[in-house]
Structures are given as C-alpha cells and as structure tokens.
Design a protein around this ligand. Structure first.
Ligand code: FES
Length: 88
C-alpha cells in the first residue's frame, strides 16, 4: 500500500494562517478512507517551522512526501491527497 507522509507546519505563522484546520481536515479524510476508496496509508505529522514561510508570506506550508505546498488550504491539500492516493 502506498504511504503518504504529510508534514504540516505547526509553527506560529502557519498556525495563524490555518494549519490546524488543515490537520483536522486530513484527520477527517482519514476516517472516510474506505468510502472514498483511497489506497494509501496516510500519516499526518505536525512539524516545527520549516524555515520557508518568510514571515507568513507562504504560510501555511504542507509537505506531502516532500512535495511542498505553499499557501496551502484544506481544499488544495485534500485534492492532492486524493489524487496521489488514487494513482498506482
Ligand atoms: S511557521 Fe510554518 S514554515 Fe515557518
């Protein structure tokens, strides 16, 4: 089974810009994995500041298997997870 390691920055800038909402959305998505037929193991890891936020200009930042998403939103992260999970 494919493994998706999702690192969500929980530094102060990213938290202010909605990182916790993104973590909650991913947790919600994990509980719907069977209904959505997602074929991957999803691991969410809250991380310290990646050092790339430039005082919040690029916050929140999420990394999915080292692919960096800047100015992330729950919608963008969810669609990326679903797309990657459905790829073989
Ligand atoms: S606070 Fe998130 S990358 Fe710096």
């Amino acid at each position: 089974m494919k493994k998706l390691k999702i690192e969500v920055c929980s530094g102060s800038e990213c938290t202010m810009m909605g990182a916790m909402d993104i973590i909650e959305s991913i947790e919600g998505l994990k509980s719907l994995k069977q209904q959505l037929r997602l074929k991957s193991q999803i691991e969410v890891i809250p991380c310290k500041c990646f050092g790339d936020c430039k005082n919040g200009q690029f916050s929140p930042i999420v990394k999915i298997n080292d692919e960096v998403i800047t100015n992330a939103t729950s919608d963008i992260v969810m669609s990326r997870i679903i797309a990657l999970s459905k790829m073989d």
